[in-house]
Design a protein around this ligand. Structure first.
Ligand SMILES: C[S@@+](CC[C@H](N)C(=O)[O-])C[C@H]1O[C@@H](n2cnc3c(N)ncnc32)[C@H](O)[C@@H]1O
Length: 406
């Protein structure tokens, strides 16, 4: 019995069992290597700016779940290299992380995971009407991740933002991570009036099994686009006499969760699944299945020209990269040359890098070059092209917004 005790404990603690996380599910590869990474890259400049003036920073996380936001901000890469520090912001540099969530089980889970962290506090609160953070000293970052504030109505979010602006005393940041209204996942919502809450579901959790109607429980959220968000923020700034600067980014334009389910657009394409495969070191991505199609958005072109144009612009870059990889595999040198010469400088540089990798595959001592080297690199190119797009308009699964408050 004593001999196996250690292993019994290890199994109980979940260290054994099959890890299937990467290809599907909540923390799949796209979440880890695309979405989390975008959040970290975008939050880096404000954190750096704060650390230039303060030794310790104060953070409140709205709709914190079990503290996922804390993990994100404490795992941002450092700015200088070489460095002894693994991350830009260490737990010791956080004076307080206050997580707030309506769900008791989320709060209990956060309390239990971080029970040893003296600087972390979790409070159960309904942010549509409760603001316990106001009882604390002002914070430097008022953050949210993965659509938490989309659970609030326009009025409720407006009220919360006003409370935040009133609460700030010096330069601080508000981070709002919302559902994007103009995602190709749900054109059925593009024309919705501003104050409407519309259905969302987590049917994607059930992939790859066939989606069953009884598994699909909808809940209602607010989908946001840039213009209404700016209106809400500038209004709150004017009521509270604050000066603000706003930055927005579209996240997961073609790899949103419901791109694969086709639940809201009746046009399922397994793009997220294929990108999950690309990031995975065991699986090869299927290049032919990576080609994206938005022809189903045709009926929306006249009414939403800017939106369709932005999505199409990204889609063209995406498909160029995919066609390029296909040309590499088929050794189609004419097409390789043509694509490098006909694209803009940034994309052309990415294509040249992919070509170099592919042609130097002998230099990489791995079992499966495509799965281990080429696939992950291709996924990074698709991600970086999205990160390089101009200000977000709400055409991704997520509309990420950072507000500098002065
Ligand atoms: C999609 S989860 C995101 C959780 C976490 N921030 C993350 O990054 O994974 C949305 C969270 O918002 C919380 N939430 C929904 N409505 C809320 C409300 N009115 N007040 C506070 N939290 C709320 C939910 O309980 C849930 O934990």
């Amino acid at each position: 019995m004593i001999k196996t005790e250690f292993f019994e404990t290890a199994v109980e603690q979940g260290f054994y069992g099959v890890d299937k996380g990467g290809l599907f599910g909540k923390k799949d590869n796209v979440r880890k290597y695309w979405e989390d990474l975008s959040v970290k890259i975008l939050m880096k400049p404000p954190i750096l700016e704060l650390l230039n003036h303060k030794e310790k920073i104060r953070i409140v996380d709205f709709g914190c779940g079990s503290g996922e936001g804390y993990e994100l901000i404490t795992h941002i890469s450092p700015i200088e290299r070489p460095t002894k520090r693994d991350f830009l912001l260490t737990p010791e540099q956080i004076e307080i992380y206050l997580g707030m969530d309506i769900s008791k089980s989320m709060i209990d889970s956060g309390k239990s995971i971080y029970s040893k962290n003296q600087n972390m506090k979790f409070i159960q609160a309904d942010l549509s009407k409760e603001y316990p953070f106001l009882e604390e000293e002002p914070f430097d970052i008022y953050m949210s991740t993965y659509s938490s504030p989309s659970h609030l109505t326009v009025e409720e979010l407006g009220r919360l933002v006003e409370k935040v602006f009133q609460h700030t005393s010096k330069k601080s940041y508000l981070v709002l991570d919302l559902f994007g209204k103009y995602s190709p996942e749900w054109p059925c919502y593009w024309d919705d009036p501003d104050n409407k809450m519309s259905a969302y579901n987590m049917a994607w959790l059930h992939l790859p099994d066939k989606l069953k109607q009884e598994d699909i429980e909808p809940y209602y959220v607010k989908y946001w686009e840039r213009k209404s968000l700016i209106k809400l923020l500038t209004n709150a700034a004017s009521v509270t006499s604050k000066r603000i600067k706003i930055m927005t980014k579209d996240r997961s334009i073609l790899v949103g969760r419901h791109i694969d389910t086709g639940f809201f657009n009746s046009h399922p394409q397994s793009l997220r699944y294929q990108v999950n495969r690309l990031f995975d070191r065991d699986y090869e991505g299927r290049v032919d299945e990576l080609k994206a199609d938005i022809s189903f958005l045709k009926p929306y072109i006249n009414k939403f020209p800017e939106t369709v144009e932005r999505i199409n612009c990204y889609l063209l870059q995406w498909n160029t990269v995919v066609n390029f990889c296909e040309a590499l595999i088929k050794n189609n040198n004419d097409l390789i040359k043509k694509l490098i010469e006909s694209t803009d400088e940034t994309l052309s540089e990415e294509l040249k890098m992919l070509a170099w990798l592919f042609r130097n595959r002998e230099r990489f001592p791995v079992d499966n070059f495509w799965a281990s080297v080429m696939g992950p690199q291709l996924a990074c190119v698709l991600r970086n092209l999205e990160l390089n797009l101009p200000e977000g308009i709400g055409c991704g699964h997520g509309l990420f917004c950072i507000v500098e408050i002065n």
